[in-house]
Design a protein around this ligand. Sequence first.
Ligand SMILES: Cc1cc2nc3c(=O)[nH]c(=O)nc-3n(C[C@H](O)[C@H](O)[C@H](O)COP(=O)(O)OP(=O)(O)OC[C@H]3O[C@@H](n4cnc5c(N)ncnc54)[C@H](O)[C@@H]3O)c2cc1C
Length: 460
Amino acid sequence: MTEFDYDLFVIGAGSGGVRAARVAANTGAKVVIAEEFRVGGTCVIRGCVPKKLFVYASRFGKDFKDAKNYGWTVDEPSFDWPTLIANKDIEIDRLNAIYIKNLNASNVQILDTRAVVRGPHTVYLLNEDIEVTARTILIATGGAPFVPEFPGSDHAITSNEAFHLPALPQNMVIVGGGYIAVEFAGIFAGLGVEVTQLYRGEQILRGFDDDLRNNLYDEMVRRGIDIQLNSDVKEISLAGSGYRVDLANGDTVYTDLVMYATGRKPNTFNLGLEKTGVEIDRKGAVIVDEFSQTSIPSIYAVGDVTDRVNLTPVAIREGMAFVETVFKNNPTSVDYDDIATAVFSEPELGTVGLTEAQAREKYGDIDIYKSLFKPMKHTISGRDTKTLMKVIVDAGTDRVVGVHIMGPDSGEMAQVLGIAIKMRATKADFDATVALHPTASEELVTMRDKWQPPEAEVSQ
Ligand SMILES: Cc1cc2nc3c(=O)[nH]c(=O)nc-3n(C[C@H](O)[C@H](O)[C@H](O)COP(=O)(O)OP(=O)(O)OC[C@H]3O[C@@H](n4cnc5c(N)ncnc54)[C@H](O)[C@@H]3O)c2cc1C
């Protein structure tokens, strides 16, 4: 008889926890997973999946308009928010059921409860009011939206509530400049809401390549989103049936709804970690080594709760590496380089590798290939929009170290480009690839002239 109730106790049935639980159970381990909300976690229930469904919904409006010059007659389109919410919920329920089914099929026991760590091998189950023991505990509790405290901050909703609004507002304020704020600005604007986006920084999407940031800003403004940079919210108060938002610069915005997307916080509050001796950082993230092991050897952590790279495929990778390390005696760490990512803005961004600034700092001498053009589809539709393709090359080795795209399906392109970059493709490899015509991405293999900064930008 084993000295513990379980071989593995996973806290949190999101992307990282579910994958780790299933793969560990498939090795023959006795595994249990506790979930306090819904199996599937942020990505499935109130993150990537419902968001992408909203993105699809938001793009039809412009497609109807673009069809006109192609000969289509489309009656004045109208949009029904409750239909979208109902159908989105059906899809989320379906995915939730699949996740549960897959856990059952792998013989993972599911506990519908909040779990709290009570010791290196002990977990307390809130609903059952009992303690259980496990040889290994995996913290996979993810993160949650965070609204800073200021007068009236409790009036603001977050992305969690945005997925369940009873009705679409006529206008709204979205606060934040990260990818979630940018995506929701595009979603709501596409659905006909007048959107004001307030961001206290100099430009949206800090951390992304500057060309993507600047060009997406232009495109969002062209689509009617009122982006106010260098704007800090001082206070939110009730005004009639809506809100009054007072800014630090003295301006005031009246709006139906305020959504905050200024950041997320690791879910470690009241999780019992400090008492058990598990170290967390100032932001509340669990501190782990390259094998996701915490300061307590029997406790590991994966996914957003560790605040490394907060994306679903990364949480899944970390979960699988954890199982290799602990259950297959094969210490495995995750390679965080060149992770392709997308921003499902309008237009979309796809990116992989280093930004121009990062590449310049790392390699010094770099070559830039850049093309900003009107996509073929819009020569006839008449839409005023641009596509951007940018390739960054380490001049010393000819290796392509970054690719940044703004335009339709750029997320799909970035995923495939990620393979080439991971294989250390050179600019010569890109050039040797025959173009696929007519596509937007053929630009990536046909750009021959290095980009030269305009004369004014060249230092004298
Ligand atoms: C609006 C939005 C859009 C996003 N879009 C994308 C995207 O397009 N692409 C992408 O890759 N990523 C996206 N993400 C990020 C992605 O959702 C996360 O990186 C991913 O879900 C992290 O997985 P995880 O396993 O670490 O945690 P989560 O998926 O957050 O799962 C943690 C689970 O633990 C549960 N839990 C917490 N504490 C306890 C406890 N004490 N006891 C029991 N259960 C507990 C929670 O209820 C939750 O279900 C998005 C996130 C948001 C919010």
